[in-house]
Ligand binder design. Structure first.
Ligand code: C5P
Length: 235
């Protein structure tokens, strides 16, 4: 069976500050989305990359991918995205050919994930897991709070989950394709990652080791870190 990757890249990236859609911002002169697509195509197991573009930017994204060649073994498709990340992922899934039995979902906002992490996720799906997430232990202790009604007001702490049992999850997340499709057809709640939809079906989701360099570029400081990682790789 073939492995495809869906890259949702239709977000505006408001937290990064004003400018182009986040996926199209440059890291060392190359759009983040191109770094992310190359990171996926670096795995020999990946035969198709589906990029979900901003609804009004599909043409631009197609030209970018044409201009920055992926390896010859990797096909790509561009489809327009939706209002939410979840809708964007679903639109990407709908574009997959039927011979793709394994699908990865990878944020354009994680442009620097190493190929070993991608391969580890694919391997775990091949070995039979319905859903696989790369994840890391947390450095910070996490508190659950009662969110303030008025922004800036002190927020009461509700609980402190045991840090040892918590993981920060990254992408690519890997799935048996039929399972992820069923999750999208069944779960209507807002979610912040794809695997949680599979959890809601009552199916097991497993964790494999993530990587520090798979961090999400969200805020301005993350751009500085991403460019430093790229500079170090060139050494
Ligand atoms: O907003 P967040 O950082 O969680 O977005 C994660 C990924 O989802 C980004 O790559 C973003 O481009 C994508 N996204 C999307 N469609 C949306 C919103 C976000 O493809 N409507």
């Amino acid at each position: 069976t073939r492995t495809a990757v869906v890259i949702p890249a239709a977000g505006r990236g408001v937290r990064l500050g004003p400018g182009a859609p986040k996926a199209l911002r440059a890291l060392n002169g190359t759009p983040m989305l191109i770094h992310a697509a190359r990171a996926m195509a670096a795995s020999r197991a990946v035969s198709l990359v589906v990029v979900v573009a901003p609804p009004d930017g599909a043409g631009e994204v197609k030209s970018l991918l044409d201009a920055h060649a992926l390896p010859e073994r990797t096909d790509f498709l561009v489809v327009p995205g939706g209002e939410t990340r979840q809708e964007s992922v679903k639109l990407g899934l709908d574009a997959l050919p039927s011979d793709c039995g394994i699908v990865l979902v990878h944020d354009a906002a994680r442009p620097l994930v190493p190929v070993d992490t991608v391969d580890a996720v694919i391997e775990a799906v091949r070995e039979g897991a319905a859903a696989v997430v790369p994840a890391l232990p947390l450095a910070d202790t996490v508190k659950e709070v009662e969110p303030a009604a008025v922004p800036g007001e002190p927020e009461p702490v509700v609980a402190t989950p045991e840090r040892r049992r918590l993981r920060a999850v990254q992408t690519p997340q890997g799935f048996d394709r039929a399972t992820l499709l069923r999750a999208h057809e069944t779960v209507t709640d807002d979610v912040t990652d794809d695997a949680s939809m599979v959890e809601q079906l009552g199916l097991p989701v497993v964790v494999v080791p993530g990587h520090e360099e798979a961090f999400k570029v969200t805020r301005p400081l993350d751009l500085v870190l991403a460019e430093a990682v790229l500079a170090r790789r060139r050494l």
